[in-house]
Design a protein around this ligand. Structure first.
Ligand SMILES: C/C=C/C(=O)SCCNC(=O)CCNC(=O)[C@H](O)C(C)(C)COP(=O)(O)OP(=O)(O)OC[C@H]1O[C@@H](n2cnc3c(N)ncnc32)[C@H](O)[C@@H]1OP(=O)(O)O
Length: 140
């Protein structure tokens, strides 16, 4: 099953995916990547930081954007070419994050689209803001 080709995508099209970030998510990500920064896994050390407790890896949370792109818009077959990210606020264990994407540019001759990408917490605060560049799947 392939996602949408560039001809099936319009400016303003949107999609989203929501997930609660658990302690297990953070530990699994730390193990997979080797990023054992105490800010993510050591409560006592993290309490001494400006955030006064553990926070999720920013790249873990931004991975929810890849979920939207690869599963929904454009969908399966999408190739991720680039991603600008600004981490605007911390994500803590138990936060529910909604990743949203919106098509803002189509570059038909190169089969590329750009999407505004945001991750928003349960309080409506934008925690990650950026722009993705992807190559939608081509259909025969
Ligand atoms: C939803 C999530 C999915 C995923 O996670 S997929 C996995 C992550 N993504 C990838 O692994 C993609 C890795 N990138 C690539 O393999 C290559 O990259 C491409 C095959 C996409 C393109 O390579 P080539 O066909 O050899 O293109 P060229 O001849 O090197 O360049 C043609 C034009 O495309 C520009 N370009 C190449 N890569 C990128 C990029 N990643 N982002 C933006 N532009 C790119 C160049 O500069 C150039 O431009 P000009 O035509 O103006 O000279």
């Amino acid at each position: 099953m392939l996602g949408k080709s560039i001809n099936e995508i319009n400016l303003g099209d949107r999609a989203s995916f929501e997930k609660t970030i658990s302690e297990t998510d953070i530990y699994l990500f730390a193990g997979i990547t080797g990023d054992l920064n105490p800010a993510h896994i050591d409560q006592v050390e993290a309490e001494k930081s400006m955030f006064k407790g553990r926070i999720a890896h920013g790249i873990l949370v931004s991975g929810l954007i890849s979920t939207v792109l690869g599963m929904y818009l454009p969908g399966p077959g999408t190739i991720y070419l680039g991603q600008e990210l600004k981490f605007l606020a911390p994500v803590r264990i138990g936060d529910t994050i909604r990743a949203e994407v919106e098509v803002i540019e189509k570059i038909e001759e190169k089969n590329r689209i750009k999407l505004k990408t945001q991750c928003i917490n349960q309080e409506g605060k934008v925690v990650i803001d950026g722009i993705a560049t992807v190559m939608p799947p081509k259909k025969a």
